[in-house]
Write a protein of this length. Sequence first.
Lengths: 274, 274
Amino acid sequence: MQATWVNGTATDQINIADRGLGYGDGVFETIAVIGGYPQRLPQHLSRLAYGLARLGFPDQVASQVELDLAQLPLCGDQTVKVIVTRGKGLRGYAPPQTVSATRIITVAERALNTEKMEKGVVARVCDYRLPLNPALAQLKHLNRLDQVMARAEWQDPNISEGVMLDAEGFVVEGTMSNLFWYDPEKGEVQTPLLDRCGVKGVMRDHLIGVLKRENISVVEGRFLPSVLMQANDLFMCNSLIGLWPIVTLDNKHYDVGPITRLLQSILQREIDCE
Amino acid sequence: MQATWVNGTATDQINIADRGLGYGDGVFETIAVIGGYPQRLPQHLSRLAYGLARLGFPDQVASQVELDLAQLPLCGDQTVKVIVTRGKGLRGYAPPQTVSATRIITVAERALNTEKMEKGVVARVCDYRLPLNPALAQLKHLNRLDQVMARAEWQDPNISEGVMLDAEGFVVEGTMSNLFWYDPEKGEVQTPLLDRCGVKGVMRDHLIGVLKRENISVVEGRFLPSVLMQANDLFMCNSLIGLWPIVTLDNKHYDVGPITRLLQSILQREIDCE
């Protein structure tokens, strides 16, 4: 069961001249709804607005999306996907002088995978490398062929995620998640810096804040995969799954660590407080 | 006036769950039709098949597009745009096990800009840099935010094209065209190598072949913008415009050169022969 709207009208169709299709000219958000409440909605709207601004969309588009979302008939546990494109365009790459953005919303049921949250998942390091592109780094834009190509590297349903490296070999993210781990030597949680590529996840930024509030040192930096081989408490996160421990990465095994469990319990409490 | 088909059915709508919209998971072609004849159709179909294969689409998709195109009611001077996507997908980047591709065709009228062909155009060097991404280089895929961002740098209608450099500062292409020029010192035509980024245009490859047949030396390589400042006969090309001389690039002026005129006359003869 899913429900869909385009610019406030119930439909699942868009025009083939839309720049979202032709060029991937837009951004998207995926928001978890728990007990009828969209989780971290202000943060999602803020990232959406930031992405639209970086792409040069008019200011009012993010507010229109906020209005759309406020009118959604949400209930229970759902997933909301929002796609915002630069709308229909004339032929050619030049953005239209007057942008009439397309706002696409899909609401679907959400089944939380509690087993993966508890027991953890298997991941692999992808061969496909993320190109360095500071101009589009951090944005959750619609040009996602890099992720498609990386995800196409495996069919094994037992593997839940692929760790992506950048063109220089530094760890960036998972195909659909951000990554954190604990470096026992330095006594700090580490996560990749996303200044040259990667998607700056809402859950990632939230967890950085949580770690700081818990007085756990967290460092964004450039890390080679060898760092992960010495790490504990490796986990992946995004707004939909929450936080999944990674218990196997290629040939290396990890125990589910105390920081992982602490963050999971905090995320759980935050839901209860809603 | 334009006519549109999706998977052989006359419509201008696609489903919002299409991976072309969500991820830019697909490729496209733009084909010039002159006097009812699609120009260089085998080359376009061949590039389409190559791009689909690189993205891991099933073999038969390119043949389905060939059938679609054979049934089009073409007449006069038109532009055919073909978009092929990996179709509707489940949520997530993993390509579906069984791909049901979406084939989108738009036929529109084509107005040839003979003034730009004759008198040449003004271009500028873009600030936006193309990221190095060998895994997707050469493909005319649907992830075109780089071109959108570069094209958004200017609104001046007197500027027809932007020259794009890669992350290391080498010349790659125009936002919508490939580039050639003559190096008088080396006595050769030069065009950027597209092994790390850029779109390998059908017209580009055709012109390389024409130059070779005319015994004019043509070299693909890495060239800095300074090379263009010493060049003659700078021109841009693509399947729709044919070949436009560039007479101004930022502050540098060029005469329309003899190689440009030779190639234009050969392209003109090829049309007449159809």
